[in-house]
Write a protein that binds this ligand. Structure first.
Ligand SMILES: [Zn+2]
Length: 113
């Protein structure tokens, strides 16, 4: 008997997808010094998975790839990371395409009044 599939992706699949994304980023990290082009491909795959499952990129990976050219970014290699206290943000520049990304500092906890 065919199993009816619910429209929303089941939790289990989402969990697997998230794990896959983590693995792909780990691979990209390991592979970068040997084959940067392959790293960029892993990132693109991770993005595809995230899109398909409607998953937001985990915070720890957001700064690790360029939003414009989807290159895997390694600070000091193909990206430059600066903090800008005036803008209250971290500035990441992709040296592959020159794209500049801004990540505002997040206030994790609200001030208690
Ligand atoms: Zn780029």
């Amino acid at each position: 008997m065919p199993v009816r599939r619910p429209r929303k992706k089941p939790e289990k699949q989402i969990k697997i997808a998230k794990e896959r994304i983590a693995i792909l980023f780990k691979k990209a990290e390991e592979e970068f010094h040997k084959n940067p082009l392959l790293s960029h491909r892993w990132v693109q795959m991770a993005r595809k998975i995230a899109t398909r499952y409607n998953i937001r990129m985990p915070k720890e990976f957001k700064r690790r790839f360029c939003k414009k050219c989807f290159s895997f970014l390694v600070p000091g290699k193909n990206s430059r990371v600066r903090t800008n206290p005036k803008q209250q943000a971290v500035i990441v520049k992709c040296l592959e395409c020159g794209n500049i990304m801004r990540f505002p500092y997040r206030r994790e906890k609200k001030k208690k009044i």
